[in-house]
Design a protein around this ligand. Structure first.
Ligand code: IPD
Length: 272
């Protein structure tokens, strides 16, 4: 389709800011509680996840009625324009629930199956990461570059955990092997912020098993456009089984480590 990617990015950014305002005012004016749970009792949804997604769907479909929208809470609503939006209205729901200032709104725009623009914002800090395929990645307008780290034992590595107890036990086992091999590990609680942290040099690398496209679509573009490498299993793009993003010189070492000690996690039927 003949689309103006700058316009898609501007719409993503504008919409993410509006949803961020809604999330902030939700925390200011109401007590945030669990509305319902999804895959497991720890996989929580608040009324604000749903309200933010409704706002985003409304703004995107008003501006571009023929686009497909895939959202974490509402699933896929198909359109026929060749443009698909991939939306996480509240990435880091557990942090939001507890008032920890690390949650995000993530909106990516895909054209013919390729993510071309992405916006991730962290409402408590007001930071806005944006990226355009082939043009770069920015934090509040400043261009981003990953850290030039070349040894895994010098790397600060982010990760996250799934909501399933059995899979978590295996993720903990993998972590037991990763932790002694790196500078340290962080579990920020929002995958899109982890990916933006790699782009910003606040982390050197990130890996997780069990993520969904709405967690990674915008953040991977931000990280890649800042010079990071991203992938899944060898020869594959980031996927649900495995998402690895890292400064280029440590990418292979980190992925090999994960595959050596975590292949059971990666191959788990829970995340297949
Ligand atoms: C979660 C966060 C978390 C990651 C989980 C995700 P949600 O997203 O990104 O950091 O470890 O795997 O599901 O549920 O808060 O949108």
């Amino acid at each position: 389709p003949d689309v103006d990617v700058d316009e898609l990015l501007a719409l993503a950014e504008r919409t993410a800011r509006e949803a961020a305002e809604l999330l902030l005012s939700g925390r200011r004016t109401s007590v945030i509680t669990v509305d319902h749970t999804k895959s497991t009792p720890t996989d929580v949804v608040t009324a604000m996840d749903t309200a933010a997604e409704e706002l985003i769907r409304d703004r995107l479909s008003s501006a571009r009625p023929d686009d497909t929208i895939l959202g974490e809470e509402g699933g896929s609503v198909p359109g026929d324009s060749g443009v698909r939006w991939i939306v996480d209205p509240l990435d880091g729901t557990v942090n939001y629930l507890y008032g920890l200032p690390a949650y995000a709104v993530s909106i990516a725009a895909e054209v013919d199956g390729e993510v071309v623009a992405g916006a991730v914002t962290c409402p408590p800090t007001g930071e806005m990461w944006t990226a355009r395929r082939g043009k770069g990645a920015w934090l509040d307008g400043t261009p981003l570059r990953v850290n030039p780290v070349s040894e895994l034992d010098q790397a600060l590595v982010g990760t996250g955990f799934w909501y399933d107890a059995g899979l978590r036990a295996r993720q903990a086992e993998l972590l037991r092997h990763v932790l002694p091999r790196v500078r340290d590990v962080r579990r920020i609680g929002s995958a899109s912020l982890d990916l933006c942290a790699v782009a910003t040099g606040r982390l050197d690398a990130f890996y997780e098993t069990g993520l969904h496209p709405w967690d990674w679509s915008a953040g991977i573009l931000v990280a890649e456009e800042a010079g990071a490498r991203a992938g899944g299993l060898p020869g594959r793009p980031p996927e649900r089984r495995l998402t690895v993003t890292a400064a280029p010189d440590i990418f292979d070492a980190l992925r090999d480590l994960v595959l050596t000690h975590g292949i059971e996690v990666v191959e788990s039927p829970v995340v297949a």
